[in-house]
Design a protein around this ligand. Structure first.
Ligand SMILES: [Zn+2]
Length: 233
């Protein structure tokens, strides 16, 4: 069996019943959204889990001086800790506050040379501008879906993490986006526990995606696994 990864999930949450092959994952990138989740994630003992810490744009008010110091300490103490889920969202919260919180967390990730996991809803241009010119280890664009920004993002160290959410689009649109993603930048994620009603497992997701774009599921799974391996070593 081809090894499977999940490039974005929330490891402190219970794994939903429909994530049938969670136990088979070789590695997963776990993110948190709020500061009160950091200690819970720290306590998880799963060698497969790559842990990312940050403040999600929905909870930007959590970015206090105290929490900034805590994140600094977590990154200092654990060289394997990454930064996420951070980003911007024009559908929820205030953009001005989110921008500052996003930028300051990017500064920390750059300082420590860590990978960032980025949430972006409707703020592609601002996110792109915030990432440009930075020296980041890698950028995982979580639940990616924008055709028009694929090219400028791929000129940075960006990886396109595709979630089952994409399957709600027409086959033509799914294929257009997937065909445009460079092979060495594709990742597959679930955003577990928010995998969606239709979801029944990572392998099934890869199969459905593969059917639409005319590629074997194993090929997609192993591409994602190799790409994640390149990011995290
Ligand atoms: Zn998420």
């Amino acid at each position: 069996m081809v090894p499977m990864i999940d490039s974005h999930l929330h490891g402190i949450e219970a794994v939903p019943d429909n994530y049938s092959d969670y136990g088979e994952l070789k590695r997963m990138v776990s993110c948190v959204a709020k500061a009160d989740e950091w200690d819970r994630q720290l306590a998880i003992d799963d060698p497969r889990m790559i842990k990312s810490y940050g403040i999600h744009p929905w909870y930007a008010e959590d970015w206090t001086l105290e929490n900034k110091k805590r994140l600094f300490d977590i990154l200092t103490n654990d060289p394997a800790a990454q930064v996420g889920e951070i980003g911007m969202d024009n559908k929820r919260g205030q953009i001005l506050g989110q921008t500052m919180v996003f930028i300051q967390q990017l500064d920390l990730a750059e300082h420590f040379n860590r990978v960032v996991s980025v949430h972006d809803i409707g703020c592609e241009k601002m996110v792109l501008e915030s990432l440009r010119g930075r020296k980041l280890k890698a950028i995982i664009l979580h639940s990616y879906g924008s055709d028009s920004y694929l090219k400028p993002y791929s000129e940075l160290e960006c990886y396109f993490s595709i979630s089952p959410r994409l399957l709600s689009r027409s086959d033509i649109r799914v294929k257009r986006l997937m065909d445009a993603i460079p092979e060495d930048r594709l990742l597959l994620e679930t955003d577990s526990p928010n995998c969606g009603k239709e979801f029944s497992g990572m392998r099934d997701f890869a199969e459905r995606l593969g059917n639409i774009i005319g590629r074997p599921a194993d090929e997609l799974l192993s591409l994602a696994e190799q790409n994640l391996g390149r990011i995290f070593g």
